[in-house]
Design a binder for this molecule. Structure first.
Ligand SMILES: [Zn+2]
Length: 287
């Protein structure tokens, strides 16, 4: 038991260190990533109190690529998958994980350190067979929150399975993990099996909307003081009505795990300037 704990502790350090090394290498050799991480330090943020909970709004122009991604079946068919190794920028390097995933620096960051973790194989975005791996990643990448966006809940590549990870100390849900956090089922356990059982229970209880392949959800997992923290956000809609609205009513926001975890991303200045507490509440209620 002690040996096992020592082993896991050692693996955790190695993973965090190895990823930090990857960041250092990529920011030194990949101009797109270096530019976008440098821009992140200049990014504007507003803080709101939404019903007693902190929500931040981040003005992040580089995220337009994800927020406005066309994710309908035809658009997906007609584009090259940017998570398949063959189509990635030559500068992008990765760390192989368990022979099944690759850990990559996300060149369009929201977090001070932001990773994309695609499966090696081009398989659809479906969480159920990957949840155990998500727990293992969270434990071994203990400096990070691991998160998952369902195929119709913010994933910009619904055809290629992937997690993302972001540095701790950024998302309000992780900073202050309150079980009452809006629209989220949050639980903590030191048992990997119990974490899986509870997730499967919630998954089984969620309704499946017509032409969906899995219940609509965002999932966030992190490991803290020997406990897995699991947040499951139950979703009704992919994008709110304001995303499609014309004129002044338009707010280009496409909520995903990060937004539901307390950081709304607005790629357009007009939306960052005008967004109010009421808008945030309305979007949370709607999606
Ligand atoms: Zn792919």
């Amino acid at each position: 038991m002690l040996l096992n704990a020592l082993f896991v502790g050692r693996v955790m350090c190695i993973m965090n260190d190895e990823i930090q090394q990857l960041f250092d290498d990529q920011l030194a050799s990949w101009e797109l990533a270096a530019t976008n991480y440098a821009a992140l330090s200049q990014v504007k943020t507003k803080v709101f109190d939404v019903g007693g909970y902190t929500y931040k709004v981040q003005f992040n122009p580089a995220r337009i690529i994800s927020s406005a991604a066309e994710v309908d079946a035809q658009s997906i068919r007609e584009r090259k998958c940017f998570l398949c190794a063959a189509n990635r920028p030559p500068e992008q390097k990765g760390i192989l994980y368990n022979g099944r995933y690759e850990i990559l620096v996300n060149p369009y960051p929201i977090f001070p350190r932001h990773l994309t973790i695609p499966a090696l194989v081009h398989t659809p975005q479906l969480i159920i067979d990957h949840f155990g791996a998500m727990l293992d990643l969270a434990q071994q990448m203990s400096d990070y929150v691991i998160f998952y966006n369902g195929p119709k809940c913010g994933a910009s590549a619904p055809d290629h399975f992937h997690f993302q990870a972001g540095s701790k100390g950024f998302l309000p849900l992780e900073i202050d993990p309150d079980p009452e956090f809006p629209r989220t089922i949050l639980y903590a356990t030191d048992s990997r099996q119990l974490a899986i059982d509870r997730f499967q229970y919630v998954y089984g209880k969620m309704s499946l909307h017509s032409d969906d392949v899995e219940p609509k959800m965002n999932v966030l997992v992190w490991f803290e003081a020997g406990l897995w923290m699991v947040g499951v956000v139950l979703r009704r809609k992919h994008r709110p009505a304001c995303y499609y609205a014309e004129g002044d009513a338009n707010i280009l926001i496409s909520p995903a795990a990060v937004d539901m975890g307390g950081v709304f991303i607005t790629p357009l200045a007009k939306d960052f300037e005008k967004i109010t507490v009421d808008d945030i509440m309305a979007i949370l209620d709607e999606v």
